[in-house]
Design a protein around this ligand. Structure first.
Ligand code: GTP
Ligand code: MG
Length: 197
């Protein structure tokens, strides 16, 4: 799967603009700046595919990528970006949450948590929404290269606890770094299992 080409094919700003649903989809979701776009680039090995930025709020649409005609990846705008205006935040979050709740082909949400910082209210709200909508989400810790081992272990314990608290959480938590490649094989294996054979 990951030897095949990966191409951007669609950007949606509104729910009525979504592309037709015929492939299984995996959406990358999490706080602004948590590393969603970076992880899509790293996991596919196509650097420059999804736009990455130091400035939170870089991804403003739902961006769809086709992976080998077998799996669709969705790069989502982040939540919890404090500097965005209220109306902009409501637009993004409305789009994001409506998509997460109502997309029939969405097979899994990869929920990214920054390994360097504690879980925030926005993360808990997202997990609650996904659980209520019965959408399976898998916690992926990001930026593990930028943490100390003891701190990382605490974050992994916290993630394991969050899995226990949410019926729609996937049991496997994956610790990753888009910089060093840590955890990417595990994430690829999860994605390959969801793709069209
Ligand atoms: P929005 O689109 O704004 O919601 O952000 P995003 O979640 O897509 O984050 P993005 O991939 O744009 O990355 C944000 C910043 O984090 C960039 O400066 C990246 O270089 C940095 N970053 C991403 N992944 C890693 C990682 O694994 N390790 C480290 N050290 N930095 C990372
Ligand atoms: Mg992004």
């Amino acid at each position: 799967l990951f030897c095949q080409p990966c191409n951007f094919f669609f950007a949606a700003q509104r729910l009525d603009q979504l592309p037709p649903t015929n492939h299984p989809e995996v959406a990358f979701c999490g706080r602004s700046n948590v590393g969603k776009s970076s992880l899509i680039n790293a996991v596919t090995g196509h650097h420059g595919l999804a736009r990455v930025s130091n400035t939170p709020g870089r991804t403003k649409q739902l961006n769809f990528f086709d992976l080998g005609g077998r799996l669709t990846l969705v790069d989502m705008p982040g939540y919890g970006y404090a500097q965005a205006s209220k109306s902009v935040k409501e637009d993004w979050q409305g789009l994001m949450f409506d998509f997460l709740r109502g997309r029939p082909t969405l097979r899994r949400v990869i929920l990214l948590l920054d390994a360097r910082i504690e879980t925030k209210a926005g993360d808990r709200a997202a997990m609650k929404l996904l659980t209520e909508a019965a959408v399976i989400f898998q916690i992926v810790l990001t930026k593990a290269d930028d943490t100390k081992a003891a701190w990382l272990r605490q974050r992994q314990d916290e993630a394991a606890e969050l899995v226990k608290q949410h019926t729609s959480a996937h049991p496997l938590v994956i610790t990753t770094s888009s910089e060093t490649g840590l955890g990417l094989p595990e994430l690829r294996a999860e994605m390959a299992a969801l793709a069209i054979p």
